[in-house]
Design a protein around this ligand. Structure first.
Ligand code: SF4
Ligand code: SF4
Length: 379
């Protein structure tokens, strides 16, 4: 017993201001329950009487920041209780990204995230462009290359595979380790067995962004009015990203399976997937930047905005540079445009585990845990 008390005391002493504020808010919400039907957070909260750090982190990642509870809340500022769940849960989420990042020393990248993303992206891109300029003769770099294998006359296929494979592999490994750490640290394994039914339910909710439709009327994207804008922009960005990934995978199949080398015809499947995915990503990322600029700043964790802007702008630049490369690939600008696009893609791969991109992974895990808990509670 004394050990338990000292463990709880040590945990409480180590808690951040955001965790303490989230607990205080949930204790008020648990007595109030007015927002019961607003989202998955409140029914999940209702299963608990006390909130340890794992519970708070799980609830924070279950929140999708629709802000509905803020505009509905009679205890929101200027009331002295000052309940502001969207803001404090965003802060707890950001702390969870940093806490579970791998390797541990790089977790510090989450601090000052906007500056780090901007500097790292600029550095990786500049290094690649410089390398291409130094190691490629001007005749090749500024020459006009067309037909199969045109890209590889500027940057060899082996170099592209090596750089892309190492950075992408590292990004995937770091995110996988972070996901396992998150699952363990939040005590999610205690929720129950991962059966096919809750897994399918969580996958459906994640892929359709079901919660962002607020039960049909949308979310409070800009202010107290409900709209579907944020959900549609998220869809554009998410499915645009998947289409670009599918284009790269198809290109790999063409290369190794059939011996066909990029660039492919404008009406080929990799080009159609890549172009439509790039357009969707530009619309999604650009639109979400606009939404952040015009939104009501009160229910927003403003100190996190720098990193969110930086990731969205990087995603926009990756997509836009790919589209420009596609449009001008038959000109003498192709060499430098290719170096610019590859540099931005490599920077994105390296920064993914230390950006808000991990939100998609932790949120999916929170949806899975919630599906398991809710099914158990209904038995
Ligand atoms: S956010 Fe406000 S209105 Fe909603 S449950 Fe909490 S205290 Fe009640
Ligand atoms: S901001 Fe939206 S998703 Fe988050 S707790 Fe409030 S109502 Fe739920």
């Amino acid at each position: 017993m004394p050990d338990d008390l000292s463990r709880i005391a040590a945990q409480a002493a180590a808690e951040t201001e955001a965790l303490r504020e989230a607990r205080r808010s949930f204790e008020i919400c648990n007595a109030c329950r007015y927002c019961e039907g607003y989202c998955a957070v409140f029914p999940a909260m209702g299963l608990r009487r006390e909130f340890d750090k794992g519970d708070l982190t799980h609830l924070a990642n279950l929140c999708h920041g629709c802000k509905g509870c803020y505009y509905a809340c009679q205890y929101a500022p200027p009331h002295p209780f000052a309940v502001n769940l969207p803001k404090v849960l965003a802060e707890v989420r950001a702390e969870s990204y940093a806490e579970h990042a791998w390797p541990r020393p790089l977790a510090r990248l989450f601090e000052r995230n906007g500056t780090v993303v901007a500097l790292a992206a600029a550095l990786v891109t500049a290094l690649l462009m410089l390398g291409v300029k130094l190691f490629t003769s001007p005749e090749v770099l500024y020459g006009v290359h067309t037909g199969e294998g045109a890209f590889y006359r500027v940057i060899s296929h082996g170099t592209m595979v090596l750089l892309g494979g190492v950075t992408f592999g590292f990004g995937v490994l770091a995110m996988a380790v972070g996901a396992v750490r998150y699952w363990r640290a939040t005590g999610s394994a205690r929720a129950g067995r991962i059966a096919p039914a809750p897994l399918a339910e969580a996958a459906h909710d994640a892929l359709t962004l079901r919660n962002l439709d607020g039960g049909g009327h949308g979310c409070n994207d800009r202010d107290g009015d409900f709209t579907q804008v944020k959900r549609r922009l998220h869809h554009a960005l998410f499915y645009g990203f998947l289409l670009c990934f599918a284009a790269t995978s198809l290109g790999t199949l063409y290369h190794y399976g059939f011996g066909w080398q990029a660039p492919y015809g404008y009406l080929s499947l990799p080009s159609l997937f890549g172009t439509s995915g790039g357009i969707l990503m530009c619309i999604g990322a650009g639109g979400l930047v606009w939404l952040k600029i015009v939104q009501d700043p009160e229910p927003v964790a403003r100190r996190l905005l720098g990193g969110e802007y930086a990731l969205l702008i990087l995603l926009f630049l990756v997509a836009a540079s790919g589209l420009v490369l596609t449009a001008f690939r038959g000109t003498s600008a192709m060499g430098m445009l290719l170096a610019l696009h590859i540099g931005l893609v490599l920077a994105l791969f390296l920064l993914l585990p230390y950006s808000k991109f991990v939100h998609g992974i932790y949120r999916s895990l929170a949806l899975l845990r919630n599906a398991i808990e809710m099914r158990r509670a209904q038995r």
